[in-house]
Design a protein around this ligand. Sequence first.
Ligand SMILES: [Fe+2]
Ligand SMILES: [Fe+2]
Length: 292
Amino acid sequence: MKHWRIEQVAWDRFDPSRVDPDIVPLVKAAAMVEKNGSDYALYLNGVFHDDPDFRQAADYWAQEEIQHGDALGRWATLADPSWDFDAAFRRYREGFKIDVNANASIRGSRTGELIARCMVETGTSSYYTALGEATQEPVLKEICRLIAADEYRHFKLFYDHMKRYLAREKLSFLGRLRVAAGRIGESEDDELAYAYHCGNEAEGVAYDHHRCIASYMARAMGYYRYRHIERGMGMIFKAVGLPPRGRLSDVAARGAWRLLQWRCGRYRREVAFAPAAARAPASPQEALRAAA
Ligand SMILES: [Fe+2]
Ligand SMILES: [Fe+2]
């Protein structure tokens, strides 16, 4: 049921001279979050326990997310042959857990759960589009293009199911907006920051949420262009029930763009001025060099 297979990627076109070293830590972190999709499928199976159609769709969805993780992990291993994806992922799994036994959504309703999933897919679809356009490395470009297309299909999948539940549960507009805004705000929580830590920091370095999210965002935010934010805003508007194109979404996109630039600048200053001891090494080798 997958739309592509990892073996179809032209891995032999990998060109180390075109790897942007700032992208590698982002790809390592993203690989782990994506590969963790199986836990989300368990959670969604619990929340939608009496909806076999959705449960089946969630299982296929998770297979695609896991493949995203495997493809990104494989690319990161080409870019940094000393990186141990399996070990990093094991560490991540041990430290970051979601409630796979829940039988109701943490968003308060199934409609809310599906809106939250739409926000995640909006974020990933925009992010991989931005990374794919920014990178000059042909294999990463191809992977990002394939993943971004999957993420957009995932958005549509969750959106269609959301419409079905909305007709039944009648979650108010404000209720939808609250869930959407809440989930967007969570993008700077531990899921990504801890993945950055496990993927990029040496085992002995203690996890520091703020340092990790700043290191991640200082790099990631710089790859976005206005068009990615504009398109993402259209998807957010659609998910909460507002017209995706128009004056209001334009104003919101311009506001989000300014906010992104301001936050990117702030994170970059924080990383640049962090005391050397607190600055995260980009790789275990860098940690060894720093310790020598
Ligand atoms: Fe994904
Ligand atoms: Fe996805």
